[in-house]
Design a protein around this ligand. Structure first.
Ligand code: TEU
Ligand code: CA
Length: 555
């Protein structure tokens, strides 16, 4: 496998509104990010992905872009962005922005012009279609609920939006749209940007017949992903995109790809794949309910292990996956993948170790490094997220009580990851001296950066050791290129794997159970303890004893 500059890097996701507010308006900003670059460097981070900071009306928190070449004033200025880029590069760090090009905001100039004349030049930048017998062109349900088709008042036309109605889908069949998007992307890369995280990209290829599907819910609609899954040709679009942009700059790209067919992995992340890497969402998919959040079930350990192992085995001959336990669309990993008894510092370290040492590019979401947790809200009014509001209503109309619907939000809401980063035990967790745009998790008195910086056995200090181990001259080769070999697969509640390099290997053994365990060491395993989340690792006669929630890395 040809070596690439990003293979051995560690990435960190910043959700800018909630990272750090420097000017007291309650919203995180570029100044805040710049002031914490040293913190990230010290943690061991190389690549920083920043969720959208472009000009936006924030209907979907910046994933609705009104101008791709401007920084939204709530975050700062283009000069501050340039400063951020320069400061990152000075520290040998890389900046990756979010590329949201399946759709834009309804406030974008293109869409405003299109609305004035759906049959004109700009109408063709989007998907305007006439309705059928007073009904929308098809029965698709958008990802955020309701029809994907919004009527343009005073005309016969509807436009397509796979997400909110304020996020009209861009017409990727129109060469002028591609020209505009490619030149915008290259404009950022010319500035020195190091790459992109590419949003919802699998949706760009539509079946232009827009056929209806059998309804799959009480609303009489069918999930719009059905249309995406039933059409070929996204690969050609992605190749064209890459050839005209990223490839020319050796940029790093990470795709947000749902609904890919397993046999397409090589096409997506192989040596000449569409992207450098893409997220492994297989564990996250275990949280899906049949109809929505309200009927989702807790993740079972065996399933978590099985899907993670499968993704590792399927990808390792092909390329690199991006490994996550949480992001801005997911609840906190500690609350999702661990039993309640382990939703603590021990558990945060356990989960972090298992995720970070997998084969692939580790992505850490802000706050994960201190073990931040889901946040209870007193009512739906305390939530901000558009998707949460939709799922809440869905739960109520399915017959859930208010308490049940709120409980579902507590487990699944995207806002669980979006509460402000807990920097200290001061007012508002040190996130802002103003009023935070979203509630601060009340547990900030116990869980915060400042406290953890001052305590040797904190989650934060553990993450530093973990990343340092992964990148150490001694072990970087093994953890970057070593094969992933699952071991001890018959042991209940044990997640264990080897990373097998050319001339040495490391072994990760994690006890996700609540009782003490003794397991045999696989033959040939090294007996030096490289890292553990609990002080004592008992190792003798080829057997390893693990306390509940304990993980040990041997080499
Ligand atoms: O997400 C795409 C996506 O399909 C999932 O977000 C999912 O449908 C959603 O989380 C339902 O809970 C990306 C971004 O990550 C997300 O934040 C945006 O809202 C979305 O695209 C639209 O741009
Ligand atoms: Ca601010």
């Amino acid at each position: 496998m040809e070596r690439k500059w990003w293979h051995d890097k560690v990435a960190y996701q910043i959700y800018p509104k909630s990272f750090l507010d420097a000017n007291g308006d309650g919203i995180g900003d570029l100044r805040g990010i710049i002031s914490r670059l040293d913190y990230l460097k010290e943690l061991g981070v190389d690549i920083v992905w920043i969720s959208p900071i472009y000009k936006s009306p924030f209907v979907d928190q910046g994933y609705d872009i009104a101008d791709y070449q401007q920084i939204d004033p709530i975050f700062g200025t283009m000069a501050e962005f340039d400063e951020l880029l320069a400061e990152a590069h000075k520290r040998d760090m890389y900046i990756v922005m979010d590329l949201v090009i399946n759709h834009c905001s309804d406030q974008h100039e293109w869409f405003q012009k299109a609305l004035q004349d759906p049959e004109g030049e700009y109408g063709d930048y989007f998907y305007f279609r006439k309705g059928k017998d007073g009904q929308p062109p098809s029965n698709y349900r958008s990802y955020f609920g309701g029809s994907t088709w919004e009527k343009v008042e005073g005309t016969e036309y509807y436009y397509l939006h796979m997400f909110a109605k304020e996020q009209p889908d861009l017409n990727w069949e129109n060469p002028r749209v591609l020209e505009e998007l490619y030149s915008m992307i290259n404009w950022w890369l010319d500035k020195g940007l190091d790459g992109f995280r590419i949003d919802a990209i699998i949706n760009i290829k539509k079946d232009l017949e827009f056929r209806s599907f059998p309804a799959d819910g009480p609303d009489g609609l069918a999930g719009c992903w059905r249309m995406v899954e039933s059409v070929d040709g996204v690969g050609e679009m992605l190749e064209d995109l890459k050839r005209h942009t990223f490839a020319k700059y050796d940029a790093f790209t990470v795709g947000e790809v749902f609904n890919m067919k397993p046999e397409e992995l090589k096409e997506f992340i192989g040596e000449d794949g569409h992207f450098s890497t893409m997220f492994d969402f297989s564990a996250h998919k275990l949280t899906y309910g049949e109809h929505g959040w309200y009927d989702s079930r807790p993740v079972q350990f065996e399933d978590f292990r099985a899907v993670t192992v499968r993704a590792q085995l399927e990808s390792q001959e092909i390329g690199f996956l991006a490994n996550i336990i949480e992001n801005h669309d997911e609840p906190r990993g500690v609350c999702t993948y661990l039993p309640e008894e382990l939703q603590n510092e021990t558990g945060a370290k356990l989960l972090g170790t298992v995720s970070v040492l997998l084969r692939g590019i580790p992505f850490i979401f802000q706050g994960q490094e201190i073990g931040m947790q889901n946040c209870r809200m007193a009512s739906i009014d305390e939530y901000d997220d558009i998707s949460t509001k939709n799922e809440y209503q869905l739960a109520l109309s399915a017959g859930c009580s208010v308490a049940e619907a709120l409980e579902a939000c507590y487990h699944r809401s995207r806002d669980n990851a979006r509460t402000p980063v807990q920097w200290s035990s001061e007012k508002n967790a040190g996130f802002t001296f103003g009023t935070p745009w979203l509630k601060v998790n009340p547990n900030y008195q116990e869980i915060n950066v400042a406290e953890q910086q001052g305590r040797e056995d904190s989650v934060l200090n553990y993450y530093k050791q973990l990343l340092a181990l992964r990148k150490s001259p001694e072990w970087a080769e093994v953890f970057t290129y070593g094969r992933f070999v699952p071991v001890l697969e018959d042991e209940e509640n044990i997640f264990a794997y080897e990373r097998r390099g050319e001339d040495k290997s490391a072994l990760v053994v994690a006890n996700f159970g609540l009782s003490e365990r003794e397991v045999p060491l696989p033959s040939g395993a090294g007996e030096n303890v490289l890292l553990s989340n609990l002080a004592d690792v008992k190792l003798s006669g080829g057997r390893l004893e693990l306390l509940p929630g304990q993980v040990a890395v041997l080499g």
